[in-house]
Design a protein around this ligand. Structure first.
Ligand SMILES: Nc1ncnc2c1ncn2[C@@H]1O[C@H](COP(=O)(O)OP(=O)(O)O)[C@@H](O)[C@H]1O
Ligand SMILES: Nc1ccn([C@@H]2O[C@H](COP(=O)(O)OP(=O)(O)O)[C@@H](O)[C@H]2O)c(=O)n1
Length: 231
């Protein structure tokens, strides 16, 4: 080395996709924190643009109205895994994007091609700017957003396990109603024309149904380390 500095590992890009409640956010955040990488929750970005549409009286069932407004809000994501942030036009929306209303409308908004084009561009620029690399989680990261990612993971879990996890978060929520809502959102996300929820051909599938969260984190950290070691 010219100046005697220790060699640094090249930036590593990890794509984690899968349906709702499979553990993408918890796993991605922990893996990024453990490995000193940035973290991006792309679902939060689709939720944020949906929140803006709802707040501005746009009919989210009208794809033309949604497309016409797609360029208006400014979405900014903070990528520190210890404290990820999301703002719309400078307003912190971390809480409001998790309401049942936004959750029920996000699949329709995120199916609009103009929305996907805008958010995909934003995601690529965030990933390219991450100094040591990034863990990006979503539905189409391995297939569309970052097809050249160093490692692609596709998380799955039974609908029962996913509903139990989610209703544990939404205190008092009915497990059956949560299960039906998850299945409906997965179906909408998997059947849309533009970059649907799908496993990339070169993704490693991890079924988390019978695994604890620490086991899933350890599994993904090991896969990243193996990639870095060139195995
Ligand atoms: N392997 C696991 N076992 C049990 N609970 C889990 C597991 N993975 C995640 N969870 C819990 O399930 C809930 C949903 O996880 P989350 O990471 O938000 O999933 P996703 O981002 O895929 O929707 C969270 O409360 C999380 O703590
Ligand atoms: N890369 C992505 C990420 C999310 N989404 C959309 O955004 C919604 C919310 O994503 P999320 O990751 O917050 O969902 P949860 O599984 O955490 O509830 C999904 O149901 C998809 O409609 C998408 O279309 N593409």
């Amino acid at each position: 080395m010219e100046n005697g500095a220790a060699p640094t590992a090249p930036a590593v890009i990890v794509a984690i996709d899968g349906p709702s409640g499979t553990g993408k956010s918890s796993t991605s955040k922990a893996v990024a924190a453990q490995l000193g990488l940035s973290y991006l929750d792309t679902g939060a970005q689709y939720r944020a643009i949906t929140w803006w549409m709802v707040s501005n009286g746009i009919d989210t069932d009208d794809p033309h109205a949604v497309a016409a407004a797609a360029g208006k809000p400014e979405i900014v994501s903070g990528t520190d895994p210890a404290g990820p942030t999301i703002t719309v036009d400078g307003v912190d929306v971390a809480g409001p994007i998790r309401t049942p209303e936004v959750t029920s409308k996000v699949s329709a908004v995120s199916a609009v091609p103009e929305i996907r084009a805008r958010i995909t561009e934003l995601q690529r620029s965030i990933a390219a700017a991450a100094p040591l690399g990034i863990v990006v989680e979503g539905r189409d990261i391995g297939t569309t957003v970052l097809p050249d990612a160093d490692l692609k993971i596709f998380l799955t879990a039974s609908a029962e396990a996913r509903a139990a996890r989610r209703s544990g978060e939404l205190k008092g929520a009915d497990v059956n109603a949560t299960r039906e809502a998850l299945i409906k959102r997965d179906a909408a996300d998997s059947s849309r024309k533009t970059s649907p929820l799908a496993k990339a051909g070169d993704a490693v599938e991890v079924d988390t149904t019978a695994l604890t969260l620490p086991q899933v984190i350890e599994c993904v950290v090991t896969l990243v380390e193996e990639k870095r070691a060139g195995k």
